[in-house]
Design a protein around this ligand. Sequence first.
Ligand SMILES: *Cc1c(COP(=O)(O)O)cnc(C)c1O
Length: 428
Amino acid sequence: MTSEELKRLDREVIWHPYSPLVGSSDPILISSAEGAYFHTADGRKILDAISSWWVNTHGHARKEIADAIAKQASEMQQVMFAGFTHEPAIKLGKGLLEILPKNQSKVFFSDDGSTAVEVGLKMAFQYWHNMQKPKTKVIALDGAYHGDTFGAMAVGERGTFTEPFFPYLFKVDFVDFPQPDNEDKVIQQFREIASSGEVAAFIFEPLVQGAAGMRMYSPELLERLFGICQEYEILTIADEVMTGFGRTGKYFATDYLSVDPDIYCLSKGLTGGTIALGVTTCSKDVEKAYHHADITKTFFHGHSFTANPIACAAANASLELLRSQDCQKQLEMITKHHLEFYNKVEDHPMVAKIQHLGTILSIEVKSDDATSYTNNLRKKISTYFMERDLHLRPLGNVIYIIPPFVVNAEDLAKIYNAIMSFLNEINQ
Ligand SMILES: *Cc1c(COP(=O)(O)O)cnc(C)c1O
């Protein structure tokens, strides 16, 4: 089919995510991708500065992962995972436990970030059921995003995106998003809810809230919240779907903490951003509540494609790349360049706030409109950068960079220069 035919058909039959059916600009037709770049059907090369919705880590069309997928696909593509098992899944489980904190003991597979979160919540709720200690409350942070399925929506920020579903979302206690000037208040709110003794779990995006605009908060504050959780026997669920696998400069954002969560939810970078796969891991303590032959204490959850061998093979190849010297050097390189740009742009008159951790850098642009996803700068920002072949899809008035780890210094300079030009332009 020609590009024109494809574009016409797209308009006719496809419903794209997070896109109004009227008024959206036509999607860009991508024909291939390599490294940090997309190649469009009409010959443009677009730098993917946000890793295709934060998933890509080792670059597009990465050969090591492509080979692993091809090899696995020619040997075994799918086998049900209840009553059967296979090497790609076992290898991946072992590999993950090698890089996760020592308290983690079991690996449960699902399909994506949202299902990894659903599994984490269900695992925590049934833990208390199995322990015969009824606890039903959940604590989350204001501005949280944990996915688009119902449980994940329930523990996320209540806003425009979820409003049609409010009547169907279970009740969650939200505490203010921790900032340097409200930490004591957050602790007080948290303690008040926790002290009811009815809280089953605390779910959070460690150190960086992605969808809220790459907002960051301090490891010390999170450690204090963990302290309260320990005091009142509350399970901690780290949603590392976005922050996992090197994003923050370490394997996991929780590696910046001196305490370990009970449950991890992982996806996005798990397969290097090549195929959907979700994983939820839990500690020995959580596992113990399920250590029964008693069928009523079994975790009854599973998906048709649980631990799909091709996805697991991709994840194994990705994990090997992540652990390589080359990748670790790239993480250091990106972190160093981000920091230099941070220092350069920090005092720019159009910068309201700038934040940085590892490969993530976010800049809140000054705006009369209140900060939100629908901010009137959003369209202006994406258009400005897309005209320069840079894919920088903002979150409202927040411009952020989350590049594939394979970007080079030249690519990064291109991004920084374009951001600087944009800021100068709107400052006039
Ligand atoms: C993207 C994301 C999810 C949802 O993952 P999907 O694969 O899109 O379902 C959950 N939690 C966080 C922190 C995310 O960034």
